[in-house]
Write a protein that binds this ligand. Structure first.
Ligand SMILES: C[S@@+](CC[C@H](N)C(=O)[O-])C[C@H]1O[C@@H](n2cnc3c(N)ncnc32)[C@H](O)[C@@H]1O
Length: 199
């Protein structure tokens, strides 16, 4: 199995597949944080190469519903490129979904993709995979089955329900820490989608 993990700097999903015995490589504009097979650069051309499976985590910055307000006429002077940035982000999401592979999963938070493309096939939460935190993660699937929860855990008290990531103090690395795939979800992808293909 030749697997591309697109838009991943952390190596989390890539390494889960490698651990499960697959041939996986990550690609991101950033260097990988965890030593392993990685292409540092634009993934657009890489998506056109033949792969057995592509799992993609495209940026969501311009795909949020709350971002709609920045496109109102009164913000035109402050954010003149906003509309174009959103169109580019939608096209990049679709390029990931149309990757040259029979099996594709594209991950993103809840946002405008549900209305401009289609609703996700599944919404997973970290608490379904062993992490006592909430962070709705949508999966748009092509040729892959939905993930089955591996370890449903209960959430802590209301105050900290949103999880430690939500309360991280401002820092340069905050977005990185918040955007890393949860290990339990990465392991479930490798176990379930890896064996789905092998079987
Ligand atoms: C939301 S983060 C995903 C992080 C991922 N979940 C992880 O654990 O590393 C989106 C990533 O997409 C990368 N990215 C954005 N545009 C890209 C492009 N054209 N080619 C490759 N990577 C890109 C960014 O550098 C960023 O690391």
């Amino acid at each position: 199995m030749r697997i591309l993990v697109a838009c991943e700097f952390s190596g989390t999903v890539r390494d889960a597949f490698i651990k499960a015995g697959h041939d996986a490589i990550s690609c991101d504009l950033l260097p990988t944080e965890s030593p392993g097979p990685h292409i540092q650069g634009d993934v657009t051309e890489v998506l056109l190469e033949p792969w057995d499976m592509v799992i993609a985590h495209p940026p969501c910055t311009y795909l949020t519903v709350s971002g709609n307000r920045w496109m109102k006429p009164e913000y035109k002077d402050r954010f003149p490129d906003r509309q174009q940035q959103r169109e580019d982000a939608i096209n990049f999401f679709l390029a990931c979904h149309n990757a040259n592979a029979p099996l594709v999963a594209v991950e993103n938070p809840i946002g405008i993709i549900s209305s401009v493309f289609r609703k996700p096939d599944q919404i997973v939460q970290p608490w379904m995979f062993g992490h006592p935190e909430t962070k709705a993660t949508c999966l748009w699937l092509r040729g892959l089955p939905k993930l089955t929860p591996t370890n449903v855990v209960s959430l802590p008290e209301e105050a900290s329900k949103r999880g430690r990531l939500h309360y991280l103090p401002p820092s340069e690395n905050r977005w990185k820490l918040r955007s890393k795939t949860f290990q339990g979800i990465a392991d479930a992808m490798a176990e379930q989608w890896g064996s789905y293909v092998n079987g």
